[in-house]
Write a protein that binds this ligand. Structure first.
Ligand code: ZN
Ligand code: ZN
Length: 399
């Protein structure tokens, strides 16, 4: 890493931290079932004299490190959950649980925050408090929201919150940060079209829901170009159409399902309203009936400009200005850190995970990309992420 200088205690903690990361990797747990992971995190924090609070939002937990004098409060977030993917890697720290895998690097995020908590707890020469937030269920279920609803910010009143996500394809140790929208909102919809079944040869005796479903599916794409400003990004994908069981039978019902992603709640509102109009009126025009279910999942993850600039400055001091990309374009992926950013100012930064050359022998044949069965977190990020956390906390609390 050339010019980068890591604090000695973090550099020295590398191999135990790597062992922790690989232990978590080998024992992945799904949303709201992070029991072993939570035990492991809580035990380590307690060993390092960090105050531990468990059971916040189900399996969520918080570690509190108080400085040696009063001051502000900074929240640092890691996610702990894995994915329902069967790991293709065969290296020694592969998942021991069939069908479950740390394919998004949350094992690494947890280990990086542990490394920072250990270092901060050891020195404590700062004003204020560091709140290390270990959240459950980022991939599904909105663990961050559950922690907020369970009193996260009333019990631990953070002045700002920050998060790191590893990013495959970005060079190792390079940071990237958006100065506004970073990740999209996600909504899911289901449109149920109720017609009246008939013999395939006698459509005049029924109401064909398949024909109606096709008209609606076409009409929905018109929303993307007609009901919002062209400069507001949005993507609507119909990912499932289900109807019928036989070639000579017009079925009673057809369903259309899909996802909508935007960076603005107002845009989602307009598309949702348009979806109702198009589905209901199109069905009515053909004497069918449409029922629309539209569920908002995660809101857009929007970095606050001051905190994004602050996080970028801290990263620049750590790895050099040429390794920090500021103002990068957002991703259409989603992230439930969004809920924390709706409550408190803060910023979500990406940390390059490289192209996969780091993977141990016997990794799977797939690429080292997020949610791929051949992915593995790059352990070289552990000291970089931990050092970023420590410097971010110290700089924030010194300001
Ligand atoms: Zn993920
Ligand atoms: Zn993730």
């Amino acid at each position: 890493m050339g010019a980068m200088r890591l604090p000695d205690d973090i550099a020295n903690a590398f191999s135990p931290l790597r062992a922790v990361r690989r232990d978590i990797h080998a024992h992945p747990e799904l949303a709201f079932a992070e029991h072993r992971t939570g035990d492991l995190v809580a035990d380590l924090l307690a060993q390092w004299d960090v105050e531990v609070h468990r059971g916040i939002g189900g399996t969520g937990l918080v570690g509190v490190v108080r400085g040696n004098r009063p001051g502000r409060v900074i929240g640092l977030r890691a996610d702990m959950d894995a994915l329902p993917i069967h790991e293709a890697n065969q290296f020694p720290h592969r998942s021991v649980f069939p069908g479950r895998m740390h394919a998004c690097g949350h094992d690494g995020h947890t280990a990086m925050l542990l490394g920072a908590a250990q270092s901060l707890s050891r020195n404590r020469n700062f004003a204020g408090t560091v709140v290390a937030i270990f959240q459950p269920a980022e991939e599904a279920g909105g663990g961050a929201k559950r922690m907020i609803d369970d009193g996260l910010f009333t019990r631990f009143p953070c002045d700002a919150v920050f998060a790191i996500h590893n990013w495959p394809g970005l060079p190792v140790g390079t940071f990237a940060i958006a100065d506004g929208p970073a990740m999209a909102s996600t909504s899911e919809f289901e449109i149920r079209i109720e017609g009246r079944g008939a013999h395939g040869a006698m459509p005049e005796l029924g109401v064909d829901p398949v024909f109606v479903a096709i008209q609606i599916a076409q009409g929905l794409q018109g929303l993307i170009t007609r009901v919002k400003r062209p400069i507001d990004p949005a993507v609507l994908s119909i990912t499932m159409i289900h109807a019928g069981d036989a070639t000579n039978v017009i079925p009673d019902v057809a369903t259309i399902c899909g996802t909508l992603r935007t960076f603005d709640e107002g845009v989602s509102d307009r598309i949702e309203a348009g979806m109702h109009r198009i589905a209901e009126a199109t069905a009515q025009a053909h004497e069918a009936r449409a029922r629309v279910r539209f569920d908002r999942n995660y809101p857009a993850t929007v970095n606050h400009p001051n905190e994004a600039r602050f996080a970028a400055r801290v990263a620049e001091e750590l790895v050099g200005t040429n390794r920090v990309l500021f103002g990068v374009e957002p991703s259409m992926g989603a992230e439930d850190f969004a809920f924390l950013l709706r409550e408190r100012p803060g910023a979500y930064i990406l940390l390059g995970n490289g192209d996969g050359d780091h993977r141990a022998p016997e990794h799977g044949i797939g690429p080292c990309t997020l949610h791929n069965a051949s992915y593995d977190f790059n352990d070289d990020l552990l000291p970089i992420g931990a050092a970023y956390w420590v410097r971010l906390a110290e700089a924030f609390l010194a300001a």
